[in-house]
Design a binder for this molecule. Structure first.
Ligand SMILES: Cc1cc2nc3c(=O)[nH]c(=O)nc-3n(C[C@H](O)[C@H](O)[C@H](O)COP(=O)(O)OP(=O)(O)OC[C@H]3O[C@@H](n4cnc5c(N)ncnc54)[C@H](O)[C@@H]3O)c2cc1C
Length: 626
């Protein structure tokens, strides 16, 4: 598959054969999070060197759901359009379903148990479109990672190095030295940098940096197979993701099926990801014939259906969060900082959002706009979110067994499960009641598949923003997203029809007006002169661009939560750093104070917000392990 990359180099090219003794930021790990960090830093003119222990060969699909906040980051990186072009070209994938089997001759084979809209589909389409200028996307890592790699190579030529394993990290007051084993040339060398980003998926960095991971690990094992198979006999028209229940297996789904395209992502998909519990494989999980038999049995495929197995992955469900996200000059990001089950698709998404948070801060410190203290806010802001995402992902994983339980499935009593299915399809009062209960348990999964509140509505509890003394609105929950300009929140998105350039036909999202390397002050045309004077008087170390939104922009007026002469100051990652309802008595003084708080990274909270979520992590992991 060709990758449509035509990007200009943003950094000075480096000869592939030459090794710098010193660079600005070393990125350990060339997975999606490390490569995203490289592009984000290069865009800000920061010299990087990515060291990846493998050879950038991509064999396993892994993550595929790219939520709207991640797509906003990918848009800023210039790759969103390529992702949409490589992903599904129609809407026949925004659904999750629960079935007994795909097909078969039994009375209950091929039976649908329930379905919910997912990832901005169906009834969710309008509120997803209102929340973000970017649509939710679906692209398996098998295709996303080469795209990110091609963009990273294009923007950072000669600086993305494969077969280079970081085996040692030493820090001094003003530098970090990594020891690199060149696995191709068989030599070991050292590289000095000002900072290290550990994006190694958790393979080595915690040990090298002496960081403890909190939370349960290896909770449950799963095996996933990337296969090609013809499932066109299935009655389900358009579910991207399906879970299959069987009375013999009890209340948990015994198999998961995900369409992998590459052309269509419904039952006509040619490739699939099949996840099955290891105990369903009667024999060696590396024996292809044994695995094919297990896949056919788990999905209810005809015994003679052809299956080609491309690759397999054994993985564990974990619930771990690093105790520290910063160790001196090193920062843990992505799976190196947090690991949780894929239920909710928050792993890669959370990782890209980690580096979106970190990279503007690194660039601001390296360019002298902010002090090193700003970098402490990376941990203050992102660690509670990682704990929140870990808890939510584990809870999502626990939302399927209640469907099976409502059907009467019991691992110790297969007959009870068959009776449950009889009841489920009957017109008796028991059947009506069971269908209602099952339906309610199915609908509970909106907390996973319609989780706009989790994906778009998270806010930082403490960090590089100036609190305005307001108390947060009551938690809107996992599904609802309530836009707000309260400091620490994501800038609300609205389409501005009248741009400040005076072009009436111009339509731009407020999010796309946020500056990548400076602060953006949103105010109205009524107050722009006063705020311009204030900005000039402040002489902020970090540039502040004023965005005077015409008062006629009603959509903005509806969400800005400030008066016409107030202002909202926004950081480069589209997080609100400060706001004022009115023009203060001393606008320059108020702005100066706010900028100072942002650039020194704010204050640590008295109580660690991550703790509440870590309690939820342990509770959910206990349920999952049972
Ligand atoms: C079945 C499955 C489905 C998933 N679905 C989703 C989903 O839909 N959405 C989602 O957001 N997430 C999903 N995830 C999770 C997602 O795959 C991970 O969160 C994501 O890959 C993490 O990216 P990363 O760059 O942090 O780490 P990785 O992808 O693990 O990359 C780390 C890189 O570092 C390299 N490395 C390791 N050690 C060293 C070293 N010492 N020196 C140099 N390089 C090193 C590795 O070789 C690797 O290339 C899923 C995961 C699985 C298993």
């Amino acid at each position: 598959m060709s990758v449509p990359v035509a990007r200009a180099a943003l950094l000075q090219p480096l000869e592939e054969t030459s090794w710098p003794e010193r660079t600005t930021v070393v990125i350990m790990g060339g997975g999606p999070v490390g490569l995203s960090a490289a592009i984000m830093l290069a865009q800000r003119g920061v010299e990087v060197l990515v060291l990846e222990r493998r050879n950038f060969d991509y064999r396993f699909p892994r993550a595929h759901l790219l939520n709207v906040r991640t797509m906003e980051a990918f848009h800023d990186m210039g790759i969103a359009d390529d992702i949409y072009a490589l992903g599904p070209q129609n809407e026949r994938w925004r659904k999750v379903a629960w079935y007994t089997t795909v097909s078969g001759s039994g009375a209950f084979d091929g039976m649908k148990i329930g379905e919910v809209p997912a990832w901005g589909g169906g009834a969710d389409a309008v509120r997803y479109a209102e929340a973000s200028p970017r649509a939710f996307a679906n692209l398996p890592q098998l295709r996303l990672d080469p795209l990110l790699y091609a963009h990273a190579v294009a923007t950072c030529p000669g600086r993305i190095r494969g077969m280079q394993e970081v085996v040692g990290v030493e820090q001094s007051a003003d530098s970090v030295t990594v020891t690199v084993q060149d696995r191709a040339a068989g030599v070991t060398r050292c590289v000095d940098a000002q900072y290290l980003i550990a994006a190694d998926g958790g393979r080595a960095s915690a040990e090298l940096l002496g960081v403890e991971m909190e939370g349960p690990r290896d909770i449950r094992e799963s095996i996933s197979y990337h296969i090609s198979a013809d499932l066109s006999m299935w009655s389900e028209p358009d579910a991207l993701l399906t879970r299959f229940f069987h009375p013999a297996y009890g209340p948990r789904p015994r198999a998961t099926l995900q369409a992998l395209g590459p052309d269509t992502y419904d039952r006509t998909s040619r490739e699939w990801l099949v996840g099955i519990a290891p105990e369903l494989i009667a024999g060696d999980p590396d024996d292809e014939e044994i695995v094919k038999t297990a896949i056919r049995a788990s999905l209810g495929m005809p015994a003679d259906s052809a299956i080609t197995i491309h690759s397999a992955s054994r993985w564990f469900l974990n619930g771990t969060v690093a105790r520290q996200f910063r160790v001196g000059r090193a920062f843990l990001v992505g799976d190196a900082a947090h690991k949780h089950p894929p239920t909710g698709g928050l792993g890669l998404n959370g990782g890209v959002q980690d580096v979106q948070n970190l990279c503007w801060k690194l660039a601001a410190v390296l360019s002298g706009h902010a002090s090193d203290a700003l970098l402490d806010s990376y941990e203050l802001e992102r660690r509670p979110i990682a704990a929140y995402y870990t808890a939510h992902s584990l809870e999502n994983a626990n939302r399927h067994a209640p469907i099976g339980a409502a059907l009467g499935f019991d691992a110790r009593d297969e007959a009870a499960g068959w009776e449950g299915l009889e009841t489920f399809v009957s017109e008796s009062p028991e059947g009506v009641a069971m269908r209602k209960r099952v339906g309610e348990e199915v609908d509970e999964n909106a907390l996973d598949y319609s989780q706009l509140g989790v994906e778009a509505g998270f806010r930082y509890w403490a960090g590089a923003f100036a609190p305005d003394g307001t108390t947060p609105a009551e938690d809107a929950g996992a599904v609802a997203y309530r836009p707000t300009t309260r400091p620490g929140s994501h800038l609300p998105h609205v389409w501005l029809t009248n741009s400040s350039e005076g072009d009436d036909t111009h339509v731009t999202s407020t999010r796309d007006l946020v500056q990548a390397t400076g602060l953006t002050l949103f105010t109205s045309d009524a107050a722009q002169t006063a705020w311009r004077d204030a900005v000039l008087a402040v002489g902020s170390p970090m540039p502040i661009q004023i965005l005077a939104v015409p008062r006629t922009e009603e959509a903005w007026a509806a969400v800005r939560e400030i008066g016409d002469d107030g202002a909202v100051l926004v950081r480069p990652d589209a997080t609100v750093g400060w706001r004022t309802d009115r023009l203060p008595h001393d606008p320059a003084g108020a702005l100066r104070d706010a900028v100072a708080v942002i650039l020194r990274g704010g204050d640590a909270p008295a109580v660690d917000p991550a703790e509440t979520f870590l309690v939820r992590v342990r509770a959910a992991a206990t349920t999952l392990a049972a």
